[in-house]
Design a protein. Sequence first.
Length: 343
Amino acid sequence: MEQYIERIAVHSVGNKANGDAILLSSSELMPDESIRNLLATYFLSPFKSEEYYNLYHESSLELNEAYNFVSRIFDDPQALHEQSVQLAKHLYEQSNHPKIKGGEFYVVYFTDCPLHGETVDAVGLFKSENKDTFLKISASAAGFEIESQQGININRLDKGCLIYDTDRENGYVVAVVDNTNKGTEARYWLDDFLHVRQRQDNYHHTENAISMCKSFVTQQLPQQFDVTKADQADLLNRSAKFFKEKETFDMQEFANEVMAQPEVIDSFNSFCSDYQQERDIRIEDNFEISNTAVKKQSRFMKSVIKLDRNFHIYVHGNNQYIRKGYDEETGMNYYQLLFNEEQ
C-alpha cells in the first residue's frame, strides 16, 4: 500500500523582515486523484536518507510550537486546516532574515507511510520557494502558439519535513529536507521553525562513531605518537573495514582490533570520553551499525597521502608496502611503493 494524501492545506508565507505579507487560505485544498498523486511524488520523493530527528525544546517539549500544532492534527485530522494556519503564522514569525524567500507553505496529512518496516500516519510540512519557467505549446487555427508560465518544478522540493506519528513523547520521528539557502539564514527552517535535533538512534551513533575515530587517527594520534601518514592511512582503512564488515559496534572490540597496541588503546579510550563531552553527544558502547550511515561517511574515511602539490597516494591496503625515506642528494623525502603488477 502506498502512502496517500488524506488532507492538504496551502498558504502563502512571505518574508516578514522585508515586509512581505502572509496570505491564509480559508479552507483545505480538494485536488483530484491525479493531482494528489503528483503532489505525493513532489513531497515524498526527496526523502531517501535514514537520518532522523526529533522535535525538541531545551526546557520542555510542550514549548515547541510545531510539536503542539502537529500533535493536535494527529489527535484530530479534521483540524488540519485550523492548525495549518497556526503553523503558517509560526513560520512567518521565523522568516525574519532578509535573504529568506517567500513561497507556498503546505501542510499535508498522509496515511500509510512506511517507517522501519511498519506503516504510520504522518504530517508533512513543505515550502516551495523557487519558481521555474515552463513553455506551453498549444495548437491553433494558424498552427501552434507558445507562451511561458511560472510554476513549481515537482522534481525539486525546496524545503520539507515528515513528522511520523510515533515516539510522540520524545518529539516524534522526523525526516528533514532543505535544498535551498545554504548560508546562515538556512537554519531558520531547522532551528527556528521546526527546532529539531538529531535522533539518538543507530544511524546517529554510527555517524558519530566514525567521525570520532577519524578525528582520533588524524588529529590526536600524531600528537602523542610517532606515526607516519602511511600509518594513519592504515588505521583509517582498518577502521572503515570494521564498520563495513561488522553488524554491531562494540567500543572495546573496535579498540582491540583496530588500535591493537595497549598504549594506543588507552589513548583512544581517553579521547572518546573527551570527544563526547566537548561536543555534548553520547555514543553508545554497543549498537547496531547503520549501513546507510557507513556509506555516507565512507567518503570522509578515504586514506590519502598528499605530497606537496605534485602527487596524491590513495592507500587501500597494507601499509607495509609503503616505505618512507630521505634523499640526501636532493634534500627531499620520498615514498617507495612495493607491488606485484601494474594494472
